[in-house]
Design a protein around this ligand. Structure first.
Ligand code: NDP
Length: 324
């Protein structure tokens, strides 16, 4: 019998229960997967609490995984039984076996283990579009990355360093700051003990940043805007501390004709061509060694609630996976 984590009612980590499930056979356009590892991401928390509502209840959380194809549904021509695959953005990942839409899957290169694949698809492809498309980061770029020791953060530090950027990161402890610095951050700010706006001003000699990547939301807004040069870009891409309240767009004028975007990976990988290109770019930097995926926490699938507690409790660094 297959097993999955199910959420019957939005709530805290305890809303997740480990249950026997009947997976069935893949329908048209689907494949059946035996999952070897499952990625845990902050979006899983938003979906569990109902901040990002689900179309129906109960649901199986989780958006990312890696495993092998065990059955192929009608109309699926580019995958076969035994293929090693990975994916992000297909809800229902917290399971040992699952059905998944074939068009969300990419073949995992042989050099990349399942655990790395499961840990990197969502965070890594997000970093790809943030640094390569939302803003084209290069050697002349100074950027601010909040939560620089997190899953997204450690990948972003390495990738932005590889692109030659000056990276100012924030994190909530000196240990986390040291980790992000080792991953490539040029400067780190402990935003628990230091005022990050003042420190960004100091570090840049008053010039500030071309782009701010903010996944914290409520707690760092609007201060993050004060870290930008005139015409700078504010990228608000997450809400770890809660969503940003409605605000008057005039603040963007007052702080220097700023640009603002609220991107999601879904938009950037909506076409098959974009998904494949984004994944390939990620596989290339991982295969070359420019970006190392830090799988710093592993839990049994049935212990998903503990993984969420640690993630929400800011106890984790790098990526988290569940093992069936
Ligand atoms: P992280 O590993 O970065 O964990 C979140 C981190 O946010 C914590 O470790 C913590 O770091 C920091 N944080 C600050 N305030 C809080 C708070 N009140 N509660 C909890 N954490 C807080 O998670 P991920 O790498 O999975 O995701 C990072 C962010 O990116 C999330 O906000 C996520 O939603 C977003 N995201 C957005 C995507 C998109 O396409 N828009 C796609 C993927 C992720 P510290 O202790 O150092 O402050």
């Amino acid at each position: 019998m297959a097993h999955a984590i199910r959420v019957h009612k939005y709530g805290g980590p305890e809303a997740m229960s480990y249950e026997a499930v009947d997976v069935g056979a893949p329908g048209a356009g689907q494949v059946k997967l035996k999952q070897h590892a499952i990625g845990v991401n902050f979006i899983d928390v938003y979906q569990r609490t109902g901040l990002y509502p689900q179309p129906s209840m109960p649901f199986t959380p989780g958006n990312e995984g890696a495993g092998e194809v065990t059955a192929v549904g009608e109309g699926v021509t580019d995958l076969k039984v035994g293929d090693r695959v990975a994916y992000a953005g297909a809800i229902g990942a917290y399971a040992d076996e699952r059905l998944a839409p074939a068009d969300k899957l990419v073949k995992l290169p042989d050099a990349i283990p399942y655990e790395t694949g499961a840990a990197m698809m969502l965070q890594g492809m997000t970093v790809q579009y943030l640094l390569r498309r939302t803003y084209k980061v290069g050697p002349e770029t100074t950027l601010l990355m909040h939560a620089a020791a997190g899953g997204i953060g450690l990948i972003a530090c390495q990738w932005a360093k590889h692109l030659g950027a000056t990276i100012i990161g924030t994190a909530s402890s000196d240990e986390k700051c040291a980790l992000a610095k080792a991953a490539g951050a040029t400067h780190m700010i402990n935003y628990k003990t230091e005022n990050f706006v003042e420190r960004v001003n100091q570090i840049t000699g008053g010039k500030k940043c071309d782009v701010v990547y903010d996944s914290i939301g409520k707690d760092t807004f609007p201060a993050s805007l004060d870290c930008l040069k005139p015409l700078g870009l504010f990228v608000t891409f997450g809400n770890a501390s809660g969503p940003i309240d409605a605000f008057n767009a005039g603040i963007l004028a007052a702080k220097g004709s700023l640009y603002m975007t609220r991107p999601t990976l879904n938009t950037y990988t909506a076409t098959r061509a974009d998904l494949v290109a984004t994944a390939k770019d990620l596989f290339d930097v991982v295969a070359s060694g420019a970006v190392k995926i830090n799988v710093n926490h592993k839990f049994a699938l049935k212990d998903a609630a503990q993984a969420h507690k640690d993630l929400e409790g800011r106890k984790t660094t790098g990526s988290i996976i569940l093992l069936p």
